[in-house]
Design a protein around this ligand. Sequence first.
Ligand SMILES: Nc1ncnc2c1ncn2[C@@H]1O[C@H](COP(=O)(O)OP(=O)(O)O)[C@@H](O)[C@H]1O
Ligand SMILES: O=C(CO)[C@@H](O)[C@H](O)COP(=O)(O)O
Length: 481
Amino acid sequence: MSAAEGPLVVGVDSSTQSTKALVVDAATGRVVATGQAPHTVSSGAGRESDPRQWWDALCEALRQCGEAAHEAAAVSVGGQQHGLVTLDERGEPVRPALLWNDVRSAPQARRLTEELGGAKFWAERTGSVPAASFTVTKWAWLAEHEPEAARATKAVRLPHDYLTERLTGQGTTDRGDASGTGWWASGTEAYDEEILAHVGLDPALLPRVVRPGEVAGTVRDSHDLPFSKGTLVAPGTGDNAAAALGLGLRPGMPVMSLGTSGTVYAVSRRRPADPSGTVAGFADARGDWLPLACTLNCTLAVDRVATLLGLDREAVEPGTAVTLLPFLDGERTPNLPNASGLLHGLRHDTTPGQLLQAAYDGAVHSLLGALDLVLDQDADPSAPLLLIGGGARGAAWQQTVRRLSGRPVQVPEAKELVALGAAAQAAGVLTGEDPAAVARRWNTAAGPVLDAVERDEETLARIAGVLSDAAPLLERPTDTH
Ligand SMILES: Nc1ncnc2c1ncn2[C@@H]1O[C@H](COP(=O)(O)OP(=O)(O)O)[C@@H](O)[C@H]1O
Ligand SMILES: O=C(CO)[C@@H](O)[C@H](O)COP(=O)(O)O
């Protein structure tokens, strides 16, 4: 491999299922080395992971990158959003982290919304109406169900904060990830003392919010990571905000990410405030905004249906009149935390491949329903939808999104856009450049564009009809929720 043209930087994606690390040439965007290591997530009623496993996975992913990581001048960590990490006085986890897809705090989400002025208050104050994913609802759940754990907590962190702090020794976060907590006011860009007081969380337990472009710290030498002491550490951010950097997004360019979560989002110059709660009004990692809608059931749910049917994930067949709402984990968009999967329209001649196609259709329908709300009036309706995340590699996902959206679909060749965005942020702290401009210089969004096809309105209307008719069933709790 030829020598790098510029300094090397490391971008990390610590997502739900695994940690990925890339060593990137900051001058060209060439990926010099990669590593990946898995995490485990609990099953049953909750979704939890041990933060120490994220650290071990980061060390392993970096170890796989070999010598190149040693030469890196800067590093940045993108991480799954919202997770509640509670640390004791020694910086050790008090208990496993409650993850974004843990719906046990749905009652707390409803209660907090009512107690503090309703959906409009929350949307205007924090940008978002809290669903069970938001950190504030998880803290309220912990205080109610495990008060000793809440009392033992001496620091509260998000997943990317936890890893950044283990690198630098300093408690920091950024505006992008802070905006998913529910205790960060988007109008003032500061922690909201009224909300924190209401849930009994001392602001002193929270990390400092570093500004875009500011250095969060330097790598300390008290561990065995393959970094040199003094390597710069960028602020990091939530994984969706990192992917927005990694694509070099300009306002109004729509993105759909297909991973453990499904997300649709765009960068906006306007601070979002959707009182319906469908759109979360996140901040991006630069100084703009990132209106976003998120589903809990995406690639894992569809892969589970394929496994149940004994099919390869690509073995879809057309012509289905079956509706499958794949809400295996409850759902956030639409807001149905108690829901489970629902099948309607099964006939003698329905094939397994048609059932599988119905699962893809159900998962994509939820995301497309939110896309128009995410995009503001200035967005170009004919702009290609950028398709990213692990699922974007799959032909069945690509064709389903194309048919149900009626839009051209662009599939970037670069695979790890969250890690690339983190790398671009790391490059930005070295050179002073805007990380999105760095990613555009690296041409990370380049990839084939699939032409638009006529939108399958019939399928969309059928799914919407079943969703509406089945509302009482979908709202009813089942045994494990
Ligand atoms: N070729 C593929 N076709 C369809 N789905 C895929 C393919 N490769 C990976 N996936 C899906 O991508 C998911 C992982 O995506 P990723 O974006 O890495 O997830 P996360 O960031 O949430 O951990 C897996 O659940 C897997 O089902
Ligand atoms: O909760 C959200 C966004 O609000 C999720 O998108 C998480 O950030 C998890 O992301 P992945 O692990 O699926 O990338």
